[in-house]
Design a protein around this ligand. Sequence first.
Ligand SMILES: [Fe+2]
Ligand SMILES: [Fe+2]
Length: 201
Amino acid sequence: MKANPITLTYTKNYVDRSREELLEAVRQVMSSKRFTHVRGVEQAALELADRYGADLEMVSIAALLHDYAKEQSDEEMRDMIISENMDLELLQYGNNIWHGPVAAVMAKERFNVEQTSILDAIRHHTVGSVNMDLVEQIIYLADFIEPNRSFKGVDKARALAENSLEEATAFATLLTIKHLIDKKVKIYPKAIETYNAWVVQ
Ligand SMILES: [Fe+2]
Ligand SMILES: [Fe+2]
């Protein structure tokens, strides 16, 4: 991982402010630990974007906003799931599953993000989806392998990501599902769909 500070200037109007202003807005809604994670996700995502030829600005914006809703109250998130006509099955789950789709709505409403790849990358970053495009895969994976992460398997995921985004995405999905099974927690059906699409040969 490169330690260089990121010098990226937004020029494409995918978001209604500069990267520095976006960073500050994100910093204000989360703990410093989570903000460090978010910056790590941006770093990892930009490295993957560089390697695989994705749009750096899209990737940066999606990375910075991916956990924007993580510290919202459950009540606010429930209200948004209902008012935005999201999948009502979501209500049977919790913050872990909600914060992606809720952050996608907030990215649009508060930061005027309209670009579908950015919004879908935010929306799907925890659960994945059957048809993740390049930006979605990069954010899904960067969230998993960012430099502050340490868990069994993260090094293998990082190594796979050097050579194949698809293989790394499949590996991250398999590990996530295994972890949920080990914990005997309810699995959101869209996570199973991601598993079926990416892991099963
Ligand atoms: Fe997240
Ligand atoms: Fe995250």
